[in-house]
Design a protein around this ligand. Structure first.
Ligand code: 3PG
Length: 306
């Protein structure tokens, strides 16, 4: 079987090399398309691929259509909003992610962003410490739990809201379950977003929630830009000169945000939450193992289009 790794944003060379070894030692062929600049290159490369490993690369219906032999696609990472699951399902292609494999890297970045914004983006002037501040974790999954653990170790108070996780589990981990999303936003100096981009969450973080944050509050987005209602974010930042927004997923209107709000906003120039050697190795190798296991035993443990 031919396994194509197609990553516009490449894995570290060490990870690529180890992915290659896993694929080849299982008797498969390895192919690599990195740093491509045009979707046409991806469309051409998938034509004879039996399996595909991607990161945030957009695997849209036209890519699936061009991949006549494709049997499995693995998103090496958590969020799979970049895969057209319906197109995969129509063609009988198994789609998977590698949950948890890059979570620590993202959680570390979320904490770093809180400190960065508390210290005026590392520009001169008096800032704040994060110790004794309260952070609210929106979605208590793999990343959210790790942010909670690190925040507690730094002396922060931690709240969490996740309608899909039993309150008792949150309590058992020394985290205060929020009664509602509104209550959490009203009570927290920082809100750290860890929700996926779904039809239910897209545009869901807007004026009503953000304006509830106490004086000096900071919204931290290492999740997806689509969850933010951008016009409402601008409105609330205009009305509340004390609030801040920091993100690893630049807004569509990021230039406007930077121009209007200066050091009260910050966006990384390219999403870097999972950009560590450790996360590249964890997620990349997991993807390779999942493909080998699928071809060997039909294992579909991490399938997301069941
Ligand atoms: C994820 O969903 O796993 C993260 O957003 C990482 O995305 P990346 O692989 O594009 O860095």
């Amino acid at each position: 079987m031919k396994v194509l790794v197609a990553t516009e944003k490449p894995f570290a060379a060490v990870a690529v090399n180890d992915i290659r070894k896993i694929i080849e030692s299982a008797g498969h062929e390895f192919a690599l398309l990195e740093k491509y600049t045009d979707k046409a290159q991806l469309i051409e490369a998938v034509a004879d691929a039996d399996a595909l490993i991607v990161r945030s690369d957009k695997v849209t219906a036209d890519v699936i259509e061009a991949a006549g032999k494709l049997k499995i696609v693995v998103r090496a990472g958590a969020g799979y909003d970049n895969l057209d699951l319906d197109a995969c399902t129509r063609r009988g292609i198994v789609a998977m992610n590698t949950p948890g494999q890059n979570s620590n890297a993202v959680a570390e970045l979320a904490i770093a962003m809180m400190i960065y914004m508390s210290r005026n983006c590392f520009t001169p002037g008096t800032g704040h410490e994060i110790m004794c501040k309260t952070v609210g974790i929106q979605a208590y999954g793999n990343v959210g739990r790790l942010v909670a653990m690190k925040a507690k170790a730094l002396g922060m108070n931690v709240m969490a809201f996740d309608p899909f996780i039993p309150v008792e589990r949150i309590k058992d981990e020394g985290v205060t379950p929020a009664e509602s999303l509104e209550q959490m936003y009203s009570s927290c100096d920082f809100i750290s977003l860890h929700i996926p981009a779904t039809p239910q969450t897209k545009g869901s973080i807007g004026y009503d929630l953000i304006s509830r944050m106490p004086k000096g509050g900071c919204l931290v987005n290492t999740a997806r830009k689509e969850v933010i209602n951008e016009p409402e974010l601008i409105k609330v930042l205009e009305e509340r000169p004390d609030l801040k927004y920091v993100t690893d997923v630049a807004a569509a209107c990021q230039d406007e945000l930077n121009e209007k709000f200066g050091n009260r906003v910050f966006a990384t120039s390219k999403k870097m939450g999972a950009e560590t050697l450790e996360a590249n190795i964890n997620a990349g190798l997991a993807a390779a193992h999942q493909i080998v296991a699928y071809f060997e035993d039909g294992c579909t443990k991490f399938q997301v289009n069941k």
